[in-house]
Write a new protein. Structure first.
Length: 623
């Protein structure tokens, strides 16, 4: 493959009406996919929905990412994604649509940035293919219709990669583009903390290797980018750390009320080494979250169906780009693209493969932009030289590899549209045969051959994406594809995807909060900071969303945060700040020691009434 050559010059700006129309069609198609029937997902992850609701009512809760409008405790992430959804709720009123539409639009923007990055160095067709792969990856369709922080993170990282390509191209304005890239990654930290930094080696190395400026300037520009990253990521952290604890909510997910401890512990090193004591599941190397470590993790089980349809082809494409660059000059854009996007894919994929802490299948959305980008670019390189034997043989191998792998993945749900796997396999075989015969058939068959290649690549993920769009998803662990998990459902099957049917991991959900209980909470909120308290966000979120009044989530995310202590809760009750206590809760980890003590004290001290299937304690009077 040393004879392969790749584009060495920039393509011109979009001038052809065909390119504009197809680009607009790509974005419109992504928007339809992400917005269609969006309301079926309801409040999606109620943990974040409750915080969005709180932020739409209280600026303090909005700024800190508090779970409730009275700002008792924050969610266990930085609040960047909540800011966007909370502002939408402020403008349009809190609802499923006002919360989820921004997520969908972030998905459309992500597709646009991938298209722009690939088209800039290759071709409009390559950009269209790259954008379509991202748009139709099942986990991307899932998360761009959901309220987890991933949508904002992916949009910012895609924009950051685009900024790096501009920096590599520009000698005069390279510094400002690198500053922008650093700031975008920094804001990515405010969306989902340290996961945003997984792409830093790829971004930095691509610019240092291929930037047009002299080496000294490239180093200075990279340092400036890191300064921009630290400032854009750190200003909020600094404010939270410098404020006295009494002036802000408790930092959910931390053991000592510290955002730095949360960043470096539960959401940092704990994710890598599994030492997440007190968190969801806890322990070291817990195999219940993501299975055994190793590269095979991405190619097996639920992870594969979320993102791995074109992962083997993407790894092959990265090799193609590296080989295509060959001994080209240092500033060769094909090599730079391989380092930038292939580095994104490999560095993130390896971390996901070997991290021993909590990992969920929807995290795999972080691989989707890179998969689309490297395949789109490699296809442009190979298709341009398809008349030559080696590039054509590589295309044949890629078609057969993709067809066989997609067949195997579709075979994991053998009763779900079983004809699909044969469509993919036949399309791949026909594409391979057409490529082999292309010199004899002539270029007029090139369009049909390209269509067969696209059909081979996109049929499987498109089918899973259509199933995802047609299925309602809620809870903390959503999953794309038929029935979310386990091969249930179909293209037009309604139900609840993922592992959680509502609330946390199958929690009660707002649909099970009775109207009588809602009325009681709303009437009982007058004159109180919190209408009620419940153990865990699992217990508090449905009540808060249904009633629209602040509910204290004792113990935070899963009841293990030391907030409040029993003494602190007694003091809040004595001050008349909490009206009711709602029995129950639970969730992932069950109640922690502090929440057990509070629940026991309440049960021993205050009278209980039953409303529907809910036990309510009135904290105004003792038994």
């Amino acid at each position: 493959m040393a004879t392969l050559t790749a584009p060495r010059t920039l393509t011109s700006p979009i001038t052809l009406s065909r390119d504009r129309i197809l680009y607009g069609g790509l974005l419109l198609g992504a928007a339809i996919a992400y917005l269609w029937g969006l309301s079926k997902n309801g409040h999606a992850n109620e943990y974040y929905a409750a915080a969005v609701q709180a932020g739409s009512e209280s600026w303090k809760a909005w700024f800190f990412g508090a779970f409730d409008a009275s700002s008792f405790i924050t969610v266990d992430k930085t609040p960047g994604a909540l800011w966007v959804m909370g502002l939408s709720g402020r403008i349009f009123g809190f609802s499923s649509w006002s919360m989820l539409v921004p997520e969908a639009l972030m998905g459309v923007a992500s597709v646009g940035f991938v298209y722009a990055s690939v088209r800039r160095w290759f071709s409009a067709n390559a950009g269209l293919l790259a954008g379509a792969i991202l748009a139709l990856t099942p986990v991307a369709v899932l998360m761009f219709r959901f309220n987890n922080p991933d949508a904002l993170l992916i949009m910012l990282l895609c924009a950051g990669a685009w900024a790096v390509t501009r920096a590599i191209d520009s000698e005069r304005h390279a510094a400002r583009w690198m500053l922008l890239a650093g700031a975008l990654v920094g804001f990515g930290f405010l969306a989902k903390m340290l996961q945003a930094f997984l792409i830093l080696p790829a971004f930095g190395l691509a610019y240092l290797v291929a930037g047009r400026s002299a080496l000294g300037k490239r180093i200075v520009h990279s340092v400036l980018a890191m300064v921009a990253l630290v400032v854009s990521a750190g200003w909020w952290v600094a404010i939270v750390e410098l404020l006295p604890a009494s002036a802000r909510p408790y930092i959910g997910g931390s053991a000592n009320n510290s955002i730095l401890e949360l960043t470096l512990g539960y959401n940092g090193l704990g994710r890598l080494n599994g030492n997440e004591a007190g968190s969801v599941g806890g322990g070291t190397g817990n195999p219940g979250w993501g299975g055994a470590t190793g590269v095979q993790r991405l190619f097996g089980g639920e992870f594969a169906s979320q993102v791995a349809w074109l992962l083997p082809a993407a790894l092959l494409a990265t090799v193609v780009l590296v080989v295509a660059a060959g001994r080209a000059p240092r500033t060769d854009r094909t090599r730079a693209f391989a380092v930038l996007w292939g580095g994104w894919l490999i560095s993130t994929g390896l971390v996901f493969s070997y991290m021993q802490g909590i990992i969920h299948s929807y995290y795999m959305i972080a691989l989707a932009p890179a998969i689309g980008a490297v395949i789109g670019a490699a296809m442009a390189v190979l298709w341009k030289r398809r008349a030559e034997l080696l590039p054509r043989a590589t295309l044949v191998g890629g078609a057969l590899l993709t067809a066989g792998w997609s067949f195997a993945l579709l075979n994991e749900t053998p009763t779900w549209h079983p004809w699909l796997r044969w469509v993919v396999l036949i399309a791949g075989l026909l594409a391979a045969g057409a490529l082999l015969l292309l010199p004899e058939l002539g270029n007029r068959f090139g369009v049909a051959t390209a269509a067969l290649l696209v059909l081979t690549a996109l049929t499987g993920p498109t089918a899973y994406s259509l199933s995802t769009i047609a299925t309602a998803h809620a809870g903390a662990l959503p999953s794309a594809g038929p029935g979310g998990m386990g091969g249930r459902g179909g293209f037009f099957t309604n139900g609840t995807g993922g592992r959680g049917g509502g609330g946390f991991l199958g929690g009660a959900g707002t649909s099970n909060v009775s109207s009588e209980l809602v009325t009681t909470l709303q009437q009982g909120a007058a004159g109180y900071t919190w209408a009620a308290a419940a153990v865990t966000a699992n217990g508090a979120a449905p009540l808060q969303i249904a009633s629209g009044v602040p509910i204290m989530a004792i113990g935070g995310f899963n009841g293990t945060d030391p907030a409040p202590t029993l003494a602190e809760f007694k003091e809040l009750v004595a001050q008349g700040k909490v009206h009711y206590f709602v029995a129950g809760g639970g969730g992932f980890g069950g109640r922690g020691g502090g929440s057990n003590e509070i629940a026991d004290w309440v049960a021993d001290t205050f009278p209980a009434t039953t409303i529907g299937n809910t036990t309510l304690y009135d904290l105004r009077s003792s038994s």
